[in-house]
Every structure is written in structure tokens, then in C-alpha cells.
Design a protein around this ligand. Structure first.
Ligand SMILES: NC(=O)c1ccc[n+]([C@@H]2O[C@H](COP(=O)([O-])OP(=O)(O)OC[C@H]3O[C@@H](n4cnc5c(N)ncnc54)[C@H](OP(=O)(O)O)[C@@H]3O)[C@@H](O)[C@H]2O)c1
Length: 230
């Protein structure tokens, strides 16, 4: 009997921009889609399952995976999109209060680790392969910026996890990507220029094509399609 191909994407930390655009892309391609966030009433997209999760509370992450599994099936694509940032005083990155640093890192790293843990255990238990895990990145691990002291510390650790997952596991079982929109010259993208639709296009390619490494950087191409720079 032929294996049934799972088509379930779970987006953790999905809001109106990247989260919803990725959800729409996968949904129009026939995927079942779940969006995890705290304000589930704000994710009323057609055909999308809103799932409560607070990424600073690990028990809610495990519970959210259970809910997605029972209502939609085992995810074969998982997107970790949430991030937290506390701006320090200008030119004083270590002026951020330690409690704020800890809180931001819980979203930027601890929640991502829990998602990696549960997504891989679940896929293994149900022989779902490949599992494609995509973390929404940015250039802070490669180009540190003092204003991004909590965000960059978190993204650096997240990039580390994604790269070590790539090295440790067979790509036939698990694929991991740290996907970052960049400017034409490889720099950080100003917040208003981040394109949800472009992320949707890129994440769809990552889910379906094996040619990409763990560090995926892309800019807006001349025709609006992704221009991959790494
Ligand atoms: N490439 C670049 O240069 C660049 C630039 C800007 C942003 N980014 C990245 O893009 C991502 C965000 O994308 P976006 O702004 O388009 O976001 P989005 O998908 O519009 O929304 C993200 C959602 O995450 C949810 N969230 C936040 N904290 C959470 C928590 N503790 N638990 C559960 N959910 C949580 C929020 O919903 P609730 O409030 O309902 O929980 C929020 O709506 C981040 O990873 C960020 O670092 C990259």
C-alpha cells in the first residue's frame, strides 16, 4: 500500500504578516494549516485551525502539538516565526534589564527548542518524513547590531540549533532551515519592508525542494519573486 503523504503545516507565532501569508500559501496548495499564537481570535483565516500557544510556557507547546495532531494530523512542515525584542538605551546594549533579556530569550530560543523537540519526536513516532522545520531568521547572527541585543542573541542560538540539526540528522528524515529576508546587498531589512508573501513563496520552496542549505537568505527579485543569495 502506498504511503499517505501528510500535508500539514504548523506555524508557531503566526500573526497578520509572515504567519498569515505563509498560511495562505500552504492552504491554497492543499495543505491543512494550524496557526499557534496567544490571541487565537485574531487568526480567523478561512480553513485555518487556530491553536493556543504561549511560547514562553513549554507545556503549552507540547499541548499545541497534541491538538494539531489530533485535529489535522502530524505536521510535516513546522514554522517557528515568533520573536521578541527589547530595545536597549542607545549605544548601551547591556543596559537591557536581565529579566527582559531572559523573557525575550524564552521566545527566541527556548520556545524554538521545544518546538524542535516535539516536532521531531512526533514525526519519528509516526514515521513522517521528511519533516521540514523552518525558523524565520534575520541577519543578526551574521551582522550583530547593538539594538538587537536580545533578538540577535536569540537568533544566533536558533541558527546554531538549525545548523546542528542539519549536521546531525539525515536530510531524508529531517530538514532544517534558518530563512532570512535580506536587502539587495545582504543587509537587515527595515521592518516595514518585510514581505509576508515573499516568505510564503520561499517557505513553499523549502518545503518542496531539497537543494537548499540550512542558511537561506533571500531578497526581493526584480519580478517580485525570491532572489536567493545563499
Ligand atoms: N528578515 C528580517 O530582517 C526581519 C525583519 C523583521 C522581522 N523578522 C522576523 O519575522 C518574524 C515575525 O514576523 P512578522 O512580524 O511578520 O510576525 P507575524 O507573523 O505577523 O506575527 C507573529 C505573531 O507571533 C505571535 N507571538 C509573539 N509572541 C508569542 C508568544 N510568546 N507565544 C505565541 N505567539 C507569540 C504574535 O501573536 P499573539 O500576540 O497572538 O501571540 C504575533 O502576531 C520574527 O521571527 C522576526 O524576527 C525578520
Amino acid at each position: 500500500m502506498a504511503a499517505v503523504e501528510p500535508k500539514v503545516v504548523f506555524i508557531l507565532g503566526g500573526g497578520p504578516r509572515i504567519g498569515h501569508a505563509v498560511a495562505r500559501k500552504f492552504s491554497t496548495q492543499g495543505y491543512k494549516v494550524a496557526i499557534g499564537r496567544r490571541n487565537t481570535d485574531k487568526s480567523e483565516l478561512d480553513g485555518v485551525l487556530p491553536v493556543f500557544v504561549d511560547l514562553i510556557k513549554p507545556e503549552t507547546i507540547e499541548e499545541a502539538f497534541r491538538e494539531v495532531e489530533s485535529k489535522l494530523g502530524v505536521p510535516n512542515v513546522v514554522v517557528y516565526n515568533a520573536a521578541a525584542l527589547t530595545f536597549p538605551p542607545e549605544n548601551d546594549p547591556f543596559g537591557v534589564e536581565p529579566a527582559a533579556f531572559t523573557r525575550d530569550l524564552a521566545v527566541n530560543v527556548d520556545g524554538a527548542y521545544a518546538a524542535l523537540h516535539h516536532a521531531t519526536r512526533l514525526a519519528r513516532r509516526h514515521s513522517v518524513s521528511p519533516l521540514v522545520f523552518i525558523a524565520t531568521g534575520n541577519v543578526t547572527p551574521f551582522q550583530p547590531h547593538p539594538l538587537a541585543v536580545t533578538l540577535g542573541s536569540g537568533k544566533s542560538a536558533l541558527a546554531h540549533l538549525i545548523s546542528l540539526g542539519t549536521a546531525a540528522y539525515d536530510a531524508k528524515e529531517f530538514r532544517f532551515h534558518f530563512a532570512s529576508q535580506v536587502t539587495d546587498n545582504g543587509g537587515p531589512v527595515p521592518y516595514p519592508d518585510v514581505s509576508g508573501e515573499l516568505h510564503g513563496e520561499v517557505y513553499w520552496k523549502l518545503a518542496n525542494e531539497e537543494r537548499f542549505g540550512w542558511d537561506v537568505r533571500f531578497a526581493v527579485g526584480p519580478d517580485g519573486s525570491p532572489n536567493f543569495t545563499s
